[in-house]
Design a binder for this molecule. Structure first.
Ligand SMILES: O=C(O)CCC(=O)C(=O)O
Length: 291
């Protein structure tokens, strides 16, 4: 499924999009599961362990911006990651040992889906080496109008930007002035539903408001080479090993010469990147008009 050219482009740009990895019936199941979960948000009026809500959410008009850890919420999401074609791609990009870090389903609803400010995932979870990436599964056809992921090619080998606010706390967002030149070079990860993108953990990325009348639902999985160890530590070794997708458990940590800024002290508002980024003084992307 993955050609040598895909691998070479990933090494050069830090991002690739592979079309057609999910068939129509799998997509239908994932969409129906997602729609049922959104209907379930009518029962809640504040963020929960499952739901991260749009600021304009009400139980009468449920507005979900993220399903947290979908692989734990429904087996259909977990199954995506176990597909042989996906595992083959992960092994080609990360090596034979691969561990899941987590998952999220970011939902940009028609016309008001929240933007995500420029950031590098590496700022949130630095490891002993940077052989980590995020998979983005397009659950909807995605074009410029419905808020595709925007990634700056080549930024994965560049600097690690400051993701701290003026109060000295981590806020998970980069000041737009620091990445003005890079942002102008970003490429949109557009494609037909069923495609998957793979972006390096240090790749600079963000995404704009959904201004279209279509949703843009993106299922994200964060994965790491099994010898990349989180600098924040491992609280439960059995749980850590239970997330291996490929290869045996190991106590070997591969150390690489990588730039690191620790995400400490933690963001004032926890729970999701959307909450973290509310502490950022300035934003790059237009915000939804309160409805
Ligand atoms: O959903 C998006 O467009 C961006 C998501 C992202 O970069 C993240 O959640 O880290």
């Amino acid at each position: 499924m993955l050609t040598e050219q895909h691998v070479a482009v990933y090494r050069r740009d830090g991002v690739i999009v592979v079309p057609g990895l999910l068939d129509a019936s799998t997509l239908l199941e994932l969409r129906e599961t997602t729609a049922a979960l959104v209907r379930g948000a009518a029962q809640v009026s504040a963020h929960t362990d499952i739901y991260d809500l749009e600021p304009s959410h009400t139980p009468d008009a449920p507005r979900v911006r993220r399903i947290k850890a979908p692989h734990k919420v429904h087996p259909a999401f977990a199954a995506v990651l176990r597909r042989p074609a996906v595992l083959d791609i992960l092994r080609a990009l990360l090596g034979s040992g691969v561990r899941l870090l987590g998952s999220k389903l970011n939902m940009k609803s028609a016309r008001f889906g929240s933007p995500v400010e420029w950031h590098q995932d590496w700022a949130f979870y630095p490891h002993t080496n940077d052989d980590l990436l995020a998979i983005g599964v397009l659950l909807d056809d995605t074009d410029l109008a419905n808020g595709p992921l925007l990634v700056v090619p080549g930024s994965h080998t560049g600097k690690v930007f400051n993701h701290h606010g003026a109060d000295g706390r981590f806020c998970g967002a980069i000041d737009p002035a620091d990445v003005a030149e890079e942002a102008a070079r970003a490429v949109p990860l557009t494609g037909t539903a069923g495609a998957m993108s793979f972006h390096h953990v240090r790749a600079l990325h963000g995404s704009a408001l959904n201004t279209s009348d279509r949703s843009r639902n993106l299922l994200l999985f964060e994965v790491a080479a099994s010898d990349a160890w989180p600098l924040a530590g491992v609280a439960d070794f059995d749980e850590f090993n239970s997330r291996l997708l490929s290869g045996p458990p190991t106590v070997v940590a591969r150390m690489a010469q990588v730039p690191v800024r620790m995400p400490l002290p933690p963001a004032l508002r926890q729970g999701s990147i959307y909450e973290n980024q509310t502490a950022a003084a300035r934003g790059y992307f237009a915000r939804p008009v309160a409805a």
